[in-house]
Design a protein around this ligand. Structure first.
Ligand SMILES: [Zn+2]
Length: 398
């Protein structure tokens, strides 16, 4: 990969788009305000904008001026019902911003890249000793103590989530210098990492190859990003399945070669025929299930050929039971099934490469961010997110 060429392309595109692509001048400490805002979820369905003094920064710490942060499904659950019991909390974990102050011990990011004032960064987990651990409950490794900015309870520092003007990154956190990615790409890193992980899980089956016929069921942000990743891998036959024609049209822009609108087909047999027609009369070699619908999980086995594979990643939270026929759906077809949940720290580095590749081949990833709001309008932003009229909703602090 020719890094210089990429950088030049990225800068030219940013300039053409009227965005500031040039590295910003390092801010001296003197320019920092005395106080800054956070959006704190103080009760269900209600954020309050609160102002706190900016804390002093220790030798291992970094102060980041937040540029933007996406709203995640996890934020939506927390906003509505507080299932994680975090209130009062400053949410926002799909964020990015610019280093405005750093302690004297901070020299490199978690990948060994140099860090300097003005660099654009993202964080992953607040625990860097084991690159294999996943994000939330870490049940695979049975280790505790890892956490994520934007899902931390409030404390004396307050600047613990990305829905704020500033974030304090503590020593021992993971942090990545992603200055070569534009703002929207940086906001999409966290959700894209979920799909990088799913594709890595899918690859363990040995079935997913560059000439595979792949079905992607569900064209919300998760399914759409899945399609874009498959496209950057060079996979040429991708059928997107959804009930929303607008999303199916966007799926084509992100790399789907065929689409099936399930509202146009009555019954599982007709739907299966439509999916097979999209592959020239063949079943899918591999399928990704990207909806939270139990019926969709039950259906997807029918679309897969004998000996094919399936990655189920749609059920981030419990969405209920699905009914399948173990004989017809799994055994007699010899389906290889993998589940996927969240991501590992290692998937982050792959995600940066994916986003650069997606840019290079012209996939319009930035169109995934359909609505942007200012920090003070965060309640409205969350209501828009819950209405599900757009794809990814983001808070932009500029
Ligand atoms: Zn998220």
């Amino acid at each position: 990969m020719d890094m210089n060429q990429n950088n030049i392309e990225a800068i030219v595109r940013q300039v053409l788009a009227g965005m500031s692509g040039a590295p910003s001048a390092p801010s001296s400490n003197g320019e920092l305000p005395k106080t800054a805002r956070v959006a704190m979820l103080t009760e269900k369905e209600h954020y309050e904008i609160k102002e706190f003094p900016l804390p002093s920064i220790g030798d291992d710490e970094i102060l980041v001026k937040v540029e933007g942060c996406g709203i995640c499904g996890t934020d939506a659950h927390e906003f509505k019902r507080d299932p994680f019991g975090l209130i009062p909390v400053v949410l926002g974990h799909e964020g990015t911003g610019k280093i405005v102050k750093m302690g004297k011990n901070v020299k490199f990011d978690s990948a060994g890249k140099a860090l300097a004032l003005g660099d654009k960064v993202v964080t992953c987990m607040i625990f860097k000793d084991n690159p294999e651990i996943t994000m939330f409950d870490l049940n695979k490794q049975n280790v505790g103590g890892a956490d994520v900015y934007g899902l931390l309870p409030d404390d004396d520092i307050h600047f613990n989530g990305w829905f704020a003007d500033y974030l304090v990154i503590r020593g021992g956190s993971t942090v990545f210098n992603v200055s070569d990615l534009d703002l929207y790409s940086r906001i999409l890193i966290e959700p894209c990492a979920v799909l990088i992980h799913a594709v890595e899980r899918a690859k363990t089956t040995g079935i997913l190859r560059f000439n595979s016929r792949v079905a992607v069921q569900g064209c919300g942000p998760i399914g759409l990003i899945c399609i874009a990743i498959l496209r950057t891998m060079g996979i040429m036959h991708i059928t997107a399945i959804d009930g929303n024609q607008q999303r199916l049209d966007f799926a084509r822009e992100l790399g789907a070669t065929e689409t099936v609108n399930f509202t146009e087909h009555t019954g599982i047999e007709a739907l299966t025929n439509a999916v097979e027609r999209s592959f020239g009369g063949h079943g899918a070699d591999f399928a990704f299930q990207c909806t939270g619908s139990p019926a969709a999980h039950a259906n997807i086995y029918k679309f897969i050929r004998n000996g094919g594979g399936l990655c189920e990643l749609g059920f981030f939270i419990n969405g209920g039971n699905a009914t399948i026929n173990p004989h017809f759906d799994l055994c007699s077809k010899e389906i290889t099934l993998v589940g996927s949940w969240v991501y590992t720290l290692r998937d982050y580095a792959t995600t940066f490469d994916f986003l650069r590749s997606a840019k290079r081949i012209g996939l319009p990833m930035e169109k995934l961010i359909t609505d942007t709001f200012r920090l003070e309008d965060i309640n409205e932003a969350h209501r828009t997110n819950l209405a599900m009229t757009g794809l990814k909703i983001a808070i932009i602090n500029q």
